[in-house]
Design a protein around this ligand. Structure first.
Ligand code: ADP
Ligand code: 5GP
Length: 210
């Protein structure tokens, strides 16, 4: 899809996008491309107690913190949501999310289904997008091909994939990540359509006396 996004009207209030899906479905891959394609879209960097994978940077992919530091964030109410996923804790720092929305920037969260539920409760305006693999076997193939996790970690993620897949029934949008380019376009189409919704542009509508 070829779009000149620089000419877009800026929404009065940014959108909050939540992407979820089982491990290995392609969330990171799709989210990174969406951030490349879309202006004024920020990624919410989560705090996690998981150790960094090769190639991940602190402050960019995650804020890598100790269990004690995570507990501190939680107790001081600095997290919009948090959950234990595949044996580690992950949470969304609240401040950057609220600040981005208030200044008219949109923000995208890559979080698990338990976290997505909490976000929907706290901020019902959130737009939830669920990624599905073409089939279950593909998740395993992709996790192995990614070569970032031990056998034990891959098995745990496969065992818990079903729980995450429950999120499909609760999401506003579904994207099937089979052919990658098509999945990129599907996600972009969703983000674009959401940002064009009338309720995000009250100033523009008023200006024309509608
Ligand atoms: P997640 O963040 O959901 O765990 P990743 O984005 O890390 O998933 O993707 C898992 C692996 O699958 C990565 O190695 C990625 O390059 C690969 N991958 C993602 N989407 C596709 C696709 N459509 N076809 C083939 N491989 C893919
Ligand atoms: P990974 O370890 O593969 O980066 O992420 C594992 C799972 O944790 C993924 O489902 C991812 O979406 C989820 N996750 C990442 N950050 C957060 C977060 O801040 N909160 C919640 N609830 N889940 C998260």
């Amino acid at each position: 899809m070829s779009l000149d996004l620089r000419t877009w009207p800026r929404p009065d209030r940014g959108a909050l996008f939540v992407v979820s899906g089982a491990s290995g479905t392609g969330k990171t891959t799709l989210v990174q491309e969406a951030l490349r394609r879309m202006p004024n879209l920020t990624f919410s960097v989560s705090a996690t107690t998981r150790p960094p994978r090769a190639g991940e940077s602190d402050g960019i992919d995650y804020l890598f913190v100790s269990p004690e530091a995570f507990e501190q964030l939680r107790q001081t109410n600095e997290l919009l949501e948090w959950a234990e996923v595949y044996g580690n804790r992950y949470g969304t720092p609240k401040g950057p999310v609220l600040a981005a929305i208030a200044r008219g920037d949109s923000i995208l969260l890559d979080i698990d289904v338990k976290g997505a539920r909490q976000v929907r409760r706290a901020l019902p305006e959130a737009v939830t997008i669920f990624l599905l693999p073409p089939d279950m076997a593909t998740i395993e193939t992709r996790l192995r091909a990614r070569s970032t996790d031990s056998e034990a970690v891959i098995e745990r993620r496969m065992a818990e994939a079903r729980e995450q897949l429950e999120g499909a029934a609760e999401a506003d949008y579904i994207v099937v990540n089979d052919a990658l380019e098509s999945a990129h376009d599907q996600l972009q189409a969703i983000l674009v359509a959401e940002l064009c919704r009338r309720h995000r542009h009250p100033t523009l509508v008023e200006r024309f006396g509608a």
